[in-house]
Design a protein around this ligand. Structure first.
Ligand code: 13P
Ligand code: ZN
Length: 282
């Protein structure tokens, strides 16, 4: 199948259901994600973040994503996740990504607008969708705290309206309390803010930092304007744990063929992706 843009995937998805977006860092992640989407017969976004691109090189990352999308039996969008500069976005578009996220969230509002405008112009000329971030969805790698649920990082609903008008993005990732990585304790989502942003923005909203967010909160966020849900941390944790178990146990000390161990990672990623997809189907 040909790859689809994010806008196309959103159009294929019934209202009240989000498009699920899963990050991959290697072939095993991709196989698990695509197998899950195929078994659940649902379109899916496969996305690679700029740190994965820095790690493996954009040519490998793009080729893997394109191959997975073309071979999949369900519609697939290939998205650059958290791109930080125009150069990487341009290269991603050239290499076949069908959606790009530009993350100017560390910049002052005006500079974020200017960067996002430039990316939107470039992407739209190439028929590629654009997601952008406003407010700052921080990373909490060690699970020690929720470092930035204070007002200074959260998205202002009035700014959201202006930002979308000025940039023409297709989807907006607002900061409403979720964080990337592991949560310590219970996540806090500012549903009051989410509702105001949804009303103002007028474009589909994206929930970043959705790993570890309980079912009822995810469901509620979808009723309030979230149309794309991003999952990375839970997939990567399942992958790493399965690989460790396979290498330590079932896989004997004399084994030298990595395929057996890496199959355990594929199976673990697929199980997590299936469970996330099913959250919204039943
Ligand atoms: P998690 O770390 O919660 O999985 O967030 C994923 C994400 O937002 C990818 O952009
Ligand atoms: Zn994110």
């Amino acid at each position: 199948m040909a790859l689809h843009t994010l806008v196309e995937l959103l159009e294929m998805t019934p209202p009240g259901m989000p498009v699920m977006a899963f990050n991959y860092s290697c072939l095993e992640d991709l196989r698990g994600i695509v197998e899950a989407a195929e078994s659940e017969r649902t379109p899916v976004v496969i996305q690679a973040t700029s740190t994965t691109i820095q790690h493996s090189g954009i040519h490998y990352v793009a080729a893997l994503g394109r191959a997975a999308g073309m071979a999949a039996k369900v519609p697939v969008c290939l998205q650059l996740d958290h791109g930080h500069d125009v150069g990487m976005v341009a290269q991603a578009i050239e290499l076949g990504f069908t959606s790009v996220m530009i993350d100017g969230s560390e910049l002052p509002f005006d500079e974020n607008v200017r960067l996002t405008q430039e990316v939107a112009r470039l992407a739209h000329e190439a028929g590629v969708s654009v997601e952008a971030e406003l407010g700052r969805i921080v990373r909490n790698d060690n699970g020690q705290s929720r470092p930035c649920v204070g007002d200074e990082c959260l998205t202002d609903p009035d700014e959201a309206k202006l930002f979308v008008e000025l940039t023409g993005v297709d989807a907006l990732a607002p900061a409403v309390g979720t964080v990337h990585g592991h949560y310590r304790g219970y996540p806090i989502i500012r549903f009051d803010l989410l509702s105001a942003i949804a009303e103002n923005a007028g474009v589909p909203l994206v929930l970043h930092g959705a790993s570890g967010v309980p079912y009822d909160m995810l469901k509620k966020s979808v009723t309030m304007g979230i149309r794309k849900v991003n999952i990375t941390t839970e997939l990567y944790a399942a992958h790493a744990d399965a690989l460790k178990r396979a290498l330590a146990g079932v896989w004997s000390a004399n084994a030298r063929d990595m395929r057996k161990a890496s199959q355990a990672a594929v199976d673990a990623v697929r199980a997590v992706a299936v469970s996330k997809i099913r959250m919204f189907c039943y």
